[in-house]
Ligand binder design. Sequence first.
Ligand SMILES: *[C@@H]1O[C@H](CO)[C@@H](O)[C@H](O)[C@H]1NC(C)=O
Ligand SMILES: *[C@@H]1O[C@H](CO)[C@@H](O)[C@H](O)[C@H]1NC(C)=O
Ligand SMILES: *[C@@H]1O[C@H](CO)[C@@H](O)[C@H](O)[C@H]1NC(C)=O
Ligand SMILES: *[C@@H]1O[C@H](CO)[C@@H](O)[C@H](O)[C@H]1NC(C)=O
Ligand SMILES: *[C@@H]1O[C@H](CO)[C@@H](O)[C@H](O)[C@H]1NC(C)=O
Ligand SMILES: *[C@@H]1O[C@H](CO)[C@@H](O)[C@H](O)[C@H]1NC(C)=O
Ligand SMILES: *[C@@H]1O[C@H](CO)[C@@H](O)[C@H](O)[C@H]1NC(C)=O
Length: 622
Amino acid sequence: MLPLHPSTIAVAIFCLAALVEIDAIWAPVTVTSNSSCAEGCTTYGNCNEDIGRCDCPKNRTGPSCMDAADRSLLRVRCAKALYPSIMECTKSELSCLNNCNRKGECIGGWCHCQPGRFGADCSLSLGPDGKPVLLAGTGYQTRAKRPWVYIYELPPHLFTWLNTKRLDRSTQLMFYQRMLGSGARIADGDKADWYYIPVRLRTSTDSSFLLHSIEYIRDTYPWWNRTGGSRHFIIHTGDLGADEVAEDVYALTENVTWLTHWGLTSDKPTSGWTKAHRPDKDVVIPVYLSPGLLKQFGVEMSPLHPLMDKDNRTVTLFFAGRICGDRQPPLKGVWPNCGPNSPGYSAGVRQRVHYHHWNRTDYRVVLFEKNYGRALTSSKFCLAPLGGGHGQRQIIVSYMGCIPVCIADGVYEPFEPQTDWTEFAVRPQEADIPRLHEILESITPERLAEMQVALRCAAQHMLYSSVVGGLFGEDGRYDAFETTLEVLRVKAAHPDAPPEMYRKLDLDFDKFMGCRDPPGWNVSGPVPDLWGLIGLGTGAVTTPGGVPGAGVLGTGPQGQAAGTGGSVAVLRNPLCSHSVKDRGRLPCERFVHGSSKTHGIPGGIMCARSRHNLAKCPRIWL
Ligand SMILES: *[C@@H]1O[C@H](CO)[C@@H](O)[C@H](O)[C@H]1NC(C)=O
Ligand SMILES: *[C@@H]1O[C@H](CO)[C@@H](O)[C@H](O)[C@H]1NC(C)=O
Ligand SMILES: *[C@@H]1O[C@H](CO)[C@@H](O)[C@H](O)[C@H]1NC(C)=O
Ligand SMILES: *[C@@H]1O[C@H](CO)[C@@H](O)[C@H](O)[C@H]1NC(C)=O
Ligand SMILES: *[C@@H]1O[C@H](CO)[C@@H](O)[C@H](O)[C@H]1NC(C)=O
Ligand SMILES: *[C@@H]1O[C@H](CO)[C@@H](O)[C@H](O)[C@H]1NC(C)=O
Ligand SMILES: *[C@@H]1O[C@H](CO)[C@@H](O)[C@H](O)[C@H]1NC(C)=O
């Protein structure tokens, strides 16, 4: 400790009573009298010591947060932060990022950090050399595996004050939290491969958050000007991706990598959609589905789990859901089968597939299916169309081992073209719809079996299992979060390479996308031992060819350990599971129960058993 200046002692004593209540396991960081903020900031606010910014809670203001915000200020602030009323703004119990890492108190979604701690989740403090460090005193280290991601500290009005109750898609928050839990986050921006701007981008009215965030980081931190905005990424979860952002704001982000769900690469005038995706720059990422949604689709019965009984897939093509844009039931055997409103819904695909195939033997194209999960496990192919923008069926059906049929000209699916979807999905052109049955019939049983094996791997890339839990015995190493980071790693290494070349250019990426551990990567344990699981469940000995999705078995040096001592490997799998076949192992339910809708579990569900110390969160990639 540095010698304390009298003013620090006063502040320390003042705060102590509050601190004891906040957190019994409080470990002091070196707080010097030399706070870079106005004196007294940490009484009610947080001092970002790195940049000397004093952040106040919603209801306080002034250079050191000493003044209560009056009603008119609150009214403006709360409206901008998307609260319907001052009441909801000041009184609702909202969750905090990473639960403030137990280094602060969660006040309505905003962390009041202990003096010396700062950052949206209180994970930062200054180290002895005056540079920011993460989770001081816990042994946290950024992992060796690249990329290393620096997360900007946006002012609270652009991030932590915002009403998360009004956020139905919280991928941005999941990424923020998982970055720390996974060890990919780095505190030193000079060493980062990528910069994450954790700005909220869900609806078209969120453009202003993006504008102000970029202006802010450009003026405050050195890295934007150094890179011209490249190596920066943002996450947009709206239906139409970048198309939802004001043009002048979009222009500012010309070098930024957009992670979105909407891979539209050319205009679709009948649907009213304009090009929103630049494949050389942006990445299509899977939709994040909360544990609650997973349950709704019945995926705890996924037959991709080696122990699960397999239904016979007797239905050739299955689809259940809205068909006409106006939500009316479609007419049968008549064209047009839907009313005049929104013929552009799903680019017209649902309507035309229904018209041409509704009455075909072993085809089910219907508005509603009571047992949706069972329908997916008993169908060979599942239509996975667009909706009013991006769809999510392509990922849901893949979790159930049903080969997705994606018909959407000029639209990339998640991680396409970084990986070739035709290995595990059918991708006809829209013009092929009338002869879709011929296309599906031409797929031989052998080819179908190959695609199903490939799908078991691809499905892992489509699920944020390290955030929400596993479904089929996987351990999260190839999950959607890690796959996104992998794509960013390759993008940083080969900035000008066309993404469809990534697997050829980077053999580690190729292995990873094939769900095999790249040789020489530092990994905490072998891939989960499916052989062991099968042995445990049935006592049966299965030959490699007989296992669906044998592709997940590692062949690297670590992977070879699989197959010996199955129960050890099962115990090593740190990821909880939603599968009914894993109820006796580590079921996710107990962690999910009571977790926040918007924030889930600090660090992601992988960290559920170490939630108070994310430095202890099990890591797979070291
Ligand atoms: C406070 O910080 C300034 C600038 O970083 C430094 O020059 C000064 O010596 C520091 N004072 C103390 C008391 O640590
Ligand atoms: C601000 O909000 C907090 C948490 O709701 C409350 O405890 C505090 O009294 C409020 N302060 C003012 C000045 O209104
Ligand atoms: C980055 O460049 C802009 C425009 O030239 C300038 O206003 C800003 O101050 C620069 N940022 C930093 C951190 O120097
Ligand atoms: C994008 O990068 C190019 C090349 O580095 C640079 O000239 C341009 O100013 C950057 N655009 C923005 C909006 O910063
Ligand atoms: C699948 O079909 C086989 C052969 O027709 C039959 O023996 C088996 O019971 C069926 N399995 C299920 C789950 O219906
Ligand atoms: C549906 O198919 C059946 C048998 O293929 C046929 O008899 C029937 O006429 C068809 N219905 C319509 C409305 O086309
Ligand atoms: C594996 O770990 C070693 C020692 O920490 C490190 O030097 C090396 O770069 C790591 N390899 C990879 C591929 O991350």
